[in-house]
Design a protein around this ligand. Structure first.
Ligand code: ZN
Length: 80
């Protein structure tokens, strides 16, 4: 009987295709704010950029594009 290496229990895995490495997140409501300073020649230089998510983020498998949004709370906690 071959020894099967147990996977760490905390690994998120796509139930459809088994992918556990590639994921993407979609958020349709992101507000971006960019602060500019105007220079003496009339040009502008960006000094600060922030983005704020307003809507519900959705998570998808990067391999088969299965909707994995129910994993999203766990996914959010594991982004370092
Ligand atoms: Zn998948």
């Amino acid at each position: 009987m071959p020894f099967v290496q147990p996977k760490p229990a905390n690994l998120l895995q796509c139930p459809n295709c088994g992918n556990d490495t590639d994921f993407f997140e979609v958020n349709e409501e992101i507000v971006t704010t960019t602060r500019y300073v105007q220079n003496s020649d009339g040009s502008f230089t960006p000094v600060d950029h922030t983005s704020e998510t307003r809507g519900e983020a959705r998570l998808f498998c990067g391999n088969c594009e299965e909707d994995l949004t129910f994993f999203h709370p766990r996914f959010s906690e594991m982004i370092f």
